[in-house]
Design a protein around this ligand. Sequence first.
Ligand code: PGA
Length: 312
Amino acid sequence: MNQATLHQLKVFEAAARHGSFTRAAEELFLTQPTVSMQIKQLTKSVGLPLFEQVGKRLYLTEAGRELFATCRQIFDNIAQFEMKVADLKGLKQGQLRLAVITTAKYFIPRLLGPFCQLYPGIDISLQVTNHERILERMMNNMDDLYIMSQVPEHVDVNCQPFLDNPLVVFAPVNHPLAKEKNIPIQRLTNEPFIMREPGSGTRRAVQNLLDEHGVTVKVKLELGSNEAIKQAIAGGLGISVLSRHTLLSDASEFSILDVQYFPVKRAWYIVYPAGKQLSIVARTYYEYLLDAAQKFVASTQQTVASEYVQVE
Ligand code: PGA
């Protein structure tokens, strides 16, 4: 490996991440033959093939996978070093990689604006996905911090709750049950139900509650997005259970049914794998979020309260 250069590792890392020389070339503003040449030279230094082609797809060999993991560590360390140097110069600089569950997208982007103004040197990549995918990302150490509602059971993590995330029963605004109080949970069996996709934390929480009370709902539609579910509810296709936070901007089309055992009380947690050394930038965001969440709640409580007055 003495012959290998940092540039070659960078090219290899991009090609491995994309599974494509062409896309690596696009990302790095190189030509495709340059990428092939760099990888050829790196392969020679390693002494084993790094990729294999099956049909049209490119796969990493075992040596390729090992090198990919090593590259990630090297580039993480370099990024950490750059952040430390910036910090020594009195600047907060570098990349923050966040992955958040779908319901947090109603809240986290609102807080990113002020954070970016406070720290203009920090670039952010935000992935929004469901609970299961977040777990996958965490296992592969792909991000700095995760925001989720269910703390993983079989992974050792550091976690800190920072805000409530109650699940409520959403129905169209003129639904016949909208004016009823303390609706027995069994009544849900009569309603066409819209469910999130398998792998969703919301779905799991709803299913647990229904199982606990021996209730089976008629799932009429399964959708992989809270927004799509809201559109389906507004269109009269059924009712569903969603985080109350998904209602932040358009309360007038929905009613929240007063069903027994709801709201399901949950919280958002900021999570990272135990033993992970948070970068300076990640630590800065972590502290900012805990503080800003409290302020955000205080400032939106009034708006949210007035939205609920309209729909109840
Ligand atoms: P989900 O996560 O997007 O996977 O449903 C939301 C939650 O767990 O609250």
